[in-house]
Design a binder for this molecule. Structure first.
Ligand SMILES: [Fe+2]
Length: 286
């Protein structure tokens, strides 16, 4: 895929510059985790939705839409990006500065943030270690309960992000599996476990990660990207898929920021806009 080639050249040039920034751990090793007052306040603020997710759509804490349920209860709630609390506790300097140092260029919220629920005794398979496209995708996860070793959590092979992919990687490819096994053995594996309010940010595009199944976990999940990969983008996209978009955004001036161009469907395509991904739109990848 030639577009990978160009995107990688741009990545190489950009990273040469931003490597100089001190404490740029997210770029260096692909994973950071830190305690945050804002994270703690967020968890406190969302307590009612965390404990009663079935009532979320009637809540006045923010704009919520339930879009996935299992027999145990609500699995995923989309949070409209215009929700005031996101701007107060999440789209803050503390998080955005780290992403800025990672991208070294414009980056965008990829889709509406989601609240994710996992339950005790839930039958869910752990994932294989994988990459999200092998391009510059980042995930932010904020623990909304105490996430222990035996809670559901993400694992990340630290430093595995220092690689370039020239086509979309497959987590089922034999050579890819061998490579992952080697890195898993030789590099440190870190986890998103930690206290309520703790924030993890990781390079999901280029670094190997997987979800490990376990007991109850509630978190706020956000994805960022620098292009249209993984956005299910098309010129006439509709906000009907609540997993991705449901905001009318008419009233919220805060969404004027460039960060929200994808969510607001205001993105201008450029040479690096990979239209090619339209073909892959039906593929669902974590
Ligand atoms: Fe993933």
């Amino acid at each position: 895929m030639p577009i990978y080639f160009f995107i990688n050249i741009r990545r190489y040039i950009t990273e040469k510059k931003i490597k100089q920034i001190s404490n740029n751990e997210l770029l260096k090793n692909g994973f950071i985790k830190f305690n945050s007052d804002n994270g703690t306040k967020l968890a406190e603020y969302l307590k009612d939705v965390v404990e009663n997710p079935e009532n979320a759509e009637n809540s006045n804490l923010g704009k919520f839409k339930i879009f996935n349920r299992s027999s145990l209860g609500v699995k995923s709630i989309a949070v409209d990006s215009s929700s005031e609390f996101l701007h107060k506790y999440v789209f803050t300097e503390e998080i955005l500065k780290k992403l800025e140092n990672f991208y070294g260029k414009s980056f965008y919220l990829r889709n509406n943030p989601t609240l994710e629920f996992d339950y005790d005794n839930e039958k869910n398979d752990s994932q294989y270690f994988h990459l999200d496209w092998g391009l510059k995708q980042t995930s932010v996860m904020i623990n909304l309960n105490d996430v222990l070793k035996n809670s559901t959590h993400m694992e990340y092979i630290k430093g595995s992000n220092r690689q370039y992919k020239f086509r979309p990687p497959s987590r089922f490819n034999k050579r890819e599996i061998q490579k992952i096994e080697y890195k898993h053995k030789n590099l440190e594996t870190v986890k998103t476990t930690g206290d309520i309010g703790q924030i993890s940010i990781f390079d999901a595009g280029c670094g190997y990660h997987r979800q490990v199944a376990g007991g109850r976990r509630v978190m706020l999940h956000l994805n960022f990207t620098e292009n249209l990969v993984f956005t299910y983008w098309k010129k006439n996209w509709q906000p009907s898929d609540t997993a991705y978009w449901f905001s009318d955004n008419s009233e919220n001036l805060k969404l004027k920021d460039k960060l929200f161009d994808l969510v607001k469907r205001r993105f201008n395509s450029s040479f690096f806009t990979p239209h090619i991904y339209k073909k892959l739109m039906t593929r669902k990848v974590h």
